[in-house]
Ligand binder design. Structure first.
Ligand SMILES: C[S@@+](CC[C@H](N)C(=O)[O-])C[C@H]1O[C@@H](n2cnc3c(N)ncnc32)[C@H](O)[C@@H]1O
Length: 474
């Protein structure tokens, strides 16, 4: 499959939304992404957004387009109920629009909190950074981690002599996908993690979190042996990595960004992040004037795996039980987070269109004699997914102002034995049942796949759309 073309959201819908909304258009100017780079972070968006960027993030320019289309201003309250690593929230803050975010994954909530907390003192952060680096370097020297050029055989000898305690617990090791982190980079990361904890023990937790997000970026963008394409996969193992240098440069950049934004925006709009399940939205305030979000799609992406290594390093996943708790709080969107007691599918039992897709998947599985435990769950994922989204929309409705516009970025899927799942279309039906009307559906991008083997329709090519479903509280 490859991305072939994209269209920018079509103007008629924009117009439509503007007319439905009595609010004034702000001065936010929607930027025009180049063809092929529609989902990439634009250079001018690097400050803050670049502190840690989730591989499944959407770009800030998409958020700008819809903040503009919805005519959001300072008096509004924008919600992202699946906020991930905070793209919507950071963009809202940059444009002085109050916002609320919610993500059930503790790592995503941590990153969103850090990226939207502009109250930390840059001078104090610099002071702590230099102490962490000094102590970190001393400890690395002490534990035979000075030179990046030591060959790994020699290092193994040293490591035997020096059981320095910088290791994961057995439980943490069990959670780490095999080969995703080599021994020496891991030790360097753990030394820094401990130093961050010790150095900031007496400061408010936000200071500690700031440095932990920087360390996570080092894990994801250098120290780890993994990459995305688009699924997470293992890369060639690195015998070592300059964790200290990367951490120093990245944290310094974060402090510089923070100092600049604090000078540019002296009285930022409020922003709150909740670590709640969007199917319940507990704690999330009412009087929301708009939603811009991207929930998971019904496919085989395991959100706990995408950020697994970082979550372990910063201490958010410690054992199988904590991993299971996180999985249970997420929308069911893949076979790795389906549990026997799940009942979200009951919410959509009367939707003929959804039931038909589920039946097609199960029928196809039997036809192809696919019999593994995971394959048997495919049709259930789809039903639980739309049931969970229905619960989300039900919890959301009373929190919205009358006429509030909503933008949901969702992708069609073929992950389940190539049976098409028209996510936006089916979600629109579910939304109608919960008191929302569809006011548009903009094409965001389109993948064109060729030579589909095992396609139920025997088509040579197939188009898979990622769309922005536009709803309004009826
Ligand atoms: C596609 S990502 C959102 C990315 C985000 N737009 C960004 O730019 O970073 C979907 C997010 O939904 C979160 N999520 C999944 N199930 C959830 C639930 N039940 N409640 C809240 N968040 C959930 C995942 O943890 C993930 O961070």
């Amino acid at each position: 499959m490859e991305f072939k073309t994209h269209k920018e959201p079509s103007c008629p819908v924009f117009q439509n939304v503007k007319n439905l909304n009595t609010m004034q258009l702000t001065t936010i100017s929607p930027s025009k992404p180049r063809n092929g780079a529609i989902n990439a972070l634009q250079k001018e968006d690097l400050p803050i957004h670049g502190w840690y960027r989730f591989v499944l993030s959407y770009p800030p320019h998409l958020v700008r387009q819809y903040m503009s289309a919805f005519g959001l201003t300072r008096g509004d309250l924008l919600l992202d109920p699946f906020c991930g690593t905070g793209t919507t929230l950071v963009e809202a803050r940059k444009h002085s629009i109050a916002s609320v975010g919610c993500d059930a994954h503790p790592f995503a909530a941590l990153v969103s909190r850090v990226k939207t907390n502009w109250a930390l003192d840059p001078k104090l952060l610099k002071h702590h950074l230099s102490r962490i680096l000094r102590r970190g370097e001393t400890l690395m020297l002490k534990h035979g981690l000075a030179s990046l050029s030591l060959d790994s055989k020699l290092f193994q000898e040293l490591a035997k002599l020096d059981r320095n305690g910088y290791t994961l617990t057995e439980d943490e090791e069990r959670l780490l996908p095999t080969g995703f982190l080599s021994h020496r980079p891991l030790q360097r990361l753990l030394i820094l993690r401990d130093e961050i904890e010790a150095e900031l023990e007496r400061r408010p937790p936000a200071y500690r979190e700031f440095f932990l997000v920087s360390l996570s970026c080092v894990v994801a963008n250098g120290a780890g042996n993994f990459a995305f394409g688009p699924e997470i996969y293992r890369t060639k193992p690195k015998s070592d990595y300059d964790v200290l240098g990367h951490f120093a440069r990245h944290t310094h950049q974060m402090i510089t960004d923070l100092a600049k934004i604090r000078t540019a925006i002296t009285n930022p709009a409020r922003c709150e992040v909740f670590g709640s399940d969007a199917r319940e939205l507990s704690g999330v305030p009412g009087d929301i004037s708009a939603v811009i979000t991207s929930p998971p799609y019904p496919n085989e992406k395991d959100y706990t795996r995408t950020t697994r290594v970082e979550s372990i390093i910063v201490g958010l996943l410690r054992d199988r039980q904590s991993l299971r708790q996180v999985k249970e709080s997420l929308l069911r969107s893949n076979t790795r987070n389906i549990f026997v007691e799940d009942a979200d599918s009951d919410e959509v039992s009367e939707f003929k269109s959804i039931q038909t897709v589920c039946k097609q998947i199960e029928h196809r599985r039997i036809e192809l004699k696919k019999d593994s435990g995971f394959e048997r769950l495919y049709h259930k994922v789809v039903a639980h997914y739309f049931g969970g989204m229905r619960r989300h929309l039900r919890a959301l409705r009373p929190k919205l102002r009358r006429g509030a516009p909503l933008a949901y970025v969702v992708g069609d899927q073929l992950s389940f034995l190539m049976v098409p799942v028209a996510t936006a279309k089916l979600l629109a039906e579910v939304a109608a049942a919960e008191g929302f009307k569809t006011i548009g559906c903009d094409l965001w991008r389109e993948r064109v796949g060729t030579k589909i083997r095992n396609s139920p329709t025997n088509e040579k090519t197939v188009r898979v759309k990622e769309e922005i479903l536009l709803l309004q509280k009826a």
